[in-house]
Design a protein around this ligand. Sequence first.
Ligand code: PEP
Ligand code: MN
Length: 389
Amino acid sequence: MPEIMTAVPDLVGPYQPIWSRPDVLRGILHSLRRLPPLVEAEDCARLTDELATVTRGESVVLQAGDCAELFTDSAPERVRAKAAQLHELGSRLRRTGRAPILVGRLAGQYAKPRSRSVEIGDDGVEIPVYLGDAVNDRTPTAAARRPDPHRLLLAYSHAARGLRTLASGRTTYASHEALLLEYERALVRPDPIRGGVFASSAHTVWIGERTRDVGGPHVEFAASVSNPIGVKIGPGVDPAEAAALVSRLAGTRPPGRLSLIVRMGADRIGERLPPVVRALGEDAARVVWLSDPMHGNTVRSARGLKTRVMRRMTEEVERFCAVLHRHRVQPGGLHLEMTPDEVTECVENCAELGPGPARSRYRSACDPRLNPAQAIALVERFTEVLTGA
Ligand code: PEP
Ligand code: MN
């Protein structure tokens, strides 16, 4: 068990937890460095090749899953249900005439960057926020929220368990946000296929909106590995900054290496995305453009619940495609937060944001997810837009 903390748990540097036991952390990182890779370099290389076909309009990506996975989500029946949902949506994407590439936000999506470091617990006392199962426990008590380095080893085992189930089904790749640098660095392995090293924690990882500073350590990490990499870009991205990210991360590497995951919000994408595409010049056609219509459209309901409105998300997807089409660049796919469970975390329209009855099936460990019907609706709309229907 972790000992009583002396330091106040908080986020230091770019969203890294202050671990309760630095001595224990060192031992755990030492063990992680000796464990087998979670994924194989050749599968990562194959994914890069497949993603390159997206830039030519031959395939389309669906990257989707929980905002924050729980360790219990590594159970085979959970992973099978999520893979089945991805494949169901993938079969709908086939109507675009393009081959679907399915990438789960799963088997490792265990760490969250949070905008606040503390919140008020059930008994009215301030406690550290939940940072994902790789860091602390969801239970709203100060003790449960203490960052515990043992959880990094558990993250490895649960990811391994999830990946075993994933590998036994049809091709589905695994991805997560590369947030916890100590964990990610401990899992870097030599890449016999492409040379250099690869991140063996997942087939592809992405860098979040909060940690994509071009001179920061997350981008440095992403630049150092051979995997396909994603970077989220929000409404505040400076076009020159986006161009610098692309040159740092894609450089002279083949298309498919870098995906830009656009999450600007329905209101702002029409104004903010065009200068970004223009600033990339010819590189714009070499990156994979994904639309995350969730993170720029998060609102709070009158009851204080974080939610997202289907209409706004649909509009963002439509505007994303319109901007890219105008610039003769392929819209490459969707990045969604969704679950196979019948939750009521996202709503259909703004009228449902009022102080109506409590939404009974709100279970997300972090952000609101699409339920199966909502995920289908967004994928179908994207499919219609791509086929010009
Ligand atoms: C997320 O994908 O859950 C997330 C935190 O996204 P962003 O970095 O775009 O805010
Ligand atoms: Mn999220």
